[in-house]
Design a protein around this ligand. Sequence first.
Ligand SMILES: [Zn+2]
Length: 83
Amino acid sequence: MSGMPVGENVGSVGHRRPMIKVRCPICEREMPGQQEAWPDYPFCSPRCRKIDLGRWLGEQYGVGTPPDEEPEPDAAERDPSDD
Ligand SMILES: [Zn+2]
């Protein structure tokens, strides 16, 4: 029987460091250090935070939000004797 050793394929797990590399989701700038060092986490700066918020709001307004104040075209017939 020819079989490949499946299951014991652990690979070389030698340098497993709990290093979390965080990048700003907006500008993809690396944010080294602790989270506490970044008051605008997960964004690198208040600017990126604003951009993200803008995107979010843009999506909210952009993607089919039903206007709750739609002026109903009232079919008001004009009086023919308006002359
Ligand atoms: Zn950023």
